[in-house]
Design a protein around this ligand. Structure first.
Ligand SMILES: Cc1cc2nc3c(=O)[nH]c(=O)nc-3n(C[C@H](O)[C@H](O)[C@H](O)COP(=O)(O)OP(=O)(O)OC[C@H]3O[C@@H](n4cnc5c(N)ncnc54)[C@H](O)[C@@H]3O)c2cc1C
Length: 412
């Protein structure tokens, strides 16, 4: 029997799209060229960062970037070889960080986050995944009162969006996370920040739910999505083809060429990120810690303690440079004296990123039967259920749950 919808890519975004399409009574087929959730969705920091509404493309980052770039293993790296390729993306990033564009992106991101939080709550409940969600909040740490003062405008913007937080010092800070280096005298606690027990296990559990509800999966690489009056045809590298009424392109950082063939030149790049997952017990971590000035987080997972982040604008092909993961681990050991740094596993993942920090959610130029759902950058886990809800809106043709204008594929 012909499927109603083919979802290209079984990362967290494709899986959440499949879940929401099934809720509409639609027959869904996933197509995945690798293992389920083995892309960016596997090794991320596991946060539902619903309060993270400030786009990376911001006036502030342009002030900080030069300092970060000076450190070859710092939070931001831009390999010179890749610079010519990246230049058009960087120009768009700069434009998106201008005050008026930045303000619009915040509004769009806030609206998507409200939907994302609501849709994730519902999905977690309906899929029986509540036991995998941790409600510990996040603690952002600063090296001085001056660093906090520099962050205050951002906190005021979050306050305007109704986000709860508390600046903490002294005993309160020590109670939220004992054993911190005195190098960090002040922090900001966001109590409603949530995270998952392990992002890979969370995605696999969602996959099991989707499969138990009748989805099918084909293993193969999609090379082109063809469109016609009656539906879509998805061609695979092995010569096979699959047909359905609609297709959803959720191939993460690899979505660009497939969208291009459908008439959309989307400036999708990848922000490569690194981490090390230490064995459980490596530190008594109470909640996720964000060392914003150093571009990494330390996350408690059921599977261990994950130390990582950083942004390497190096494209999809260059081999990983795990010295980045090591540099963050070494810093973490000085920020958290007592952290046991042995026995870890290193990982690199490809964040799918648009210059304005917003994803692409909308219809393809070639046909309204192909829906795009990619480009979530640092926030794909967080926004997966919200995106799934919007994908279901688009496929069923009902009004979108939040305005889609800011996420249009042709906005650049
Ligand atoms: C270090 C790091 C930390 C992060 N921390 C967080 C966090 O705490 N919270 C958060 O919300 N986000 C976080 N992110 C971002 C998040 O991981 C991504 O935004 C998210 O995983 C993207 O999901 P996706 O499904 O779009 O892509 P992916 O998970 O990459 O999935 C895409 C899938 O498509 C498949 N595919 C690609 N091309 C084809 C093709 N042609 N045919 C068939 N299949 C194809 C791939 O094999 C892959 O499985 C982090 C990322 C990194 C790197």
């Amino acid at each position: 029997m012909k499927d109603d919808v083919i979802v290209v890519g079984a990362g967290i975004v494709g899986l959440a799209a499949a879940f929401h399409l099934q809720a509409e009574g639609l027959r869904v087929r996933l197509v995945e060229r690798g293992g389920v959730a083995e892309g960016a969705s596997m090794g991320n920091a596991g946060a539902f960062a619903f309060t993270d509404i400030l786009p990376l493309a911001s006036p502030g980052i342009l002030r900080r970037a030069p300092r970060w770039l000076l450190d070859p293993l710092g939070p931001l790296s831009l390999p010179p070889r890749y610079l010519p390729h990246l230049a058009p993306w960087l120009i768009r990033f700069w434009r998106a960080s201008l005050p008026d564009r930045h303000a619009r992106s915040i509004l769009a991101q806030s609206a998507l986050m409200r939907l994302a939080a609501e849709a994730m709550g519902a999905m977690v409940q309906e899929a029986g995944l509540s036991g995998r969600v941790r409600h510990e909040g996040n603690l952002q740490l600063y090296e001085s009162e001056a660093e906090l003062a520099a962050a205050l405008p951002g906190w005021r913007l979050r306050e305007a969006e109704g986000i709860a937080f508390e600046h903490v010092r002294g005993e309160r800070l020590a109670a939220l996370q004992p054993g911190l280096s005195p190098r960090f005298p002040v922090g900001t606690f966001t109590p409603h920040w949530k995270s998952v027990d392990d992002p890979y296990h969370f995605a696999l559990a969602l996959f099991d739910v989707v499969m138990s509800r009748g989805a099918t999966i084909s293993h193969g690489e999609v090379v082109v999505i063809e469109t016609g009056e009656e539906g879509v045809r998805v061609r695979l590298a092995d010569g096979g083809a699959l047909s359905a009424g609609h297709a959803v392109l959720a191939a993460g950082a690899w979505s660009r060429p497939l969208a291009k063939a459908l008439g959309n030149a989307v400036p999708l790049e990848t922000e490569r990120g690194y981490n090390t997952t230490l064995p459980p017990g490596a530190f008594e971590l109470r909640r996720q810690l964000t060392f914003g000035g150093h571009g990494f987080v330390v996350t408690p997972l059921a599977t261990g303690i994950r130390v990582g982040g950083a942004v390497e604008l190096g494209g999809l092909k260059a081999p990983p440079n795990y010295a980045r993961a090591e540099a963050m681990l070494n810093k973490a050991a000085t920020f958290l004296p007592g952290l046991k740094t042995t026995g870890g596993t290193q990982w690199m993942g490809f964040r799918p990123s648009l210059p304005d920090t917003l994803p692409v959610i909308g219809r393809s130029k070639a046909s309204s039967r192909v829906i795009y759902a990619f480009g979530h950058g640092h926030l794909g886990l967080t926004q997966s259920a919200g995106t799934g809800r919007l994908v279901a809106d688009l496929v069923t043709g009902r009004p979108p749950s939040t305005p889609l204008e800011p996420f249009r594929p042709d906005r650049f």
